[in-house]
Design a protein around this ligand. Structure first.
Ligand code: 5GP
Ligand code: ZN
Length: 110
């Protein structure tokens, strides 16, 4: 089982900020901003491309939860990112949306 499937099943602990039948959200272990939350589908998909094709409603729900969390965290602006593939910085191959905020975010990203 992959590490995020283990978090979804409760086998590995995480600080859960949201949990429903499709989606859960927890704080990143190595935060890159004052707010750095990961929002993941319960279903195992390798990346967002697979998720979009196989579970579009879950993908939509992920963005809805991100918007709710951005509000509850009191963010004045935020960035949502899916890294897809090793060359784009993906290191965990279970789709996850990064929600970042709480500091100025430069553009373009590295
Ligand atoms: P990626 O590099 O794949 O886009 O993002 C993976 C993220 O998962 C990284 O930001 C990393 O810090 C985070 N991460 C990896 N393992 C764990 C874990 O066991 N718990 C939590 N909360 N975050 C993790
Ligand atoms: Zn998984």
């Amino acid at each position: 089982m992959c590490i995020f499937c283990k978090i979804a099943s409760g086998e590995i602990p995480a600080e859960l900020l949201h949990s429903d039948d499709q989606v859960l959200a927890f704080r990143d272990l190595a935060p890159q901003a004052p707010t750095h939350i990961l929002i993941i589908p319960r279903v195992h998909c390798e990346n967002v491309d697979e998720l979009a094709e196989q579970h579009p409603q879950t993908l939509s729900r992920i963005f809805l939860v991100a918007a709710q969390l951005a509000k509850s965290e009191g963010l004045s602006g935020h960035r949502t990112v899916f890294n897809t593939g090793e060359s784009a910085g993906q290191s965990v191959f279970h789709a996850h949306l990064h929600l970042l905020g709480g500091r100025p975010l430069a553009w373009p990203p590295g």
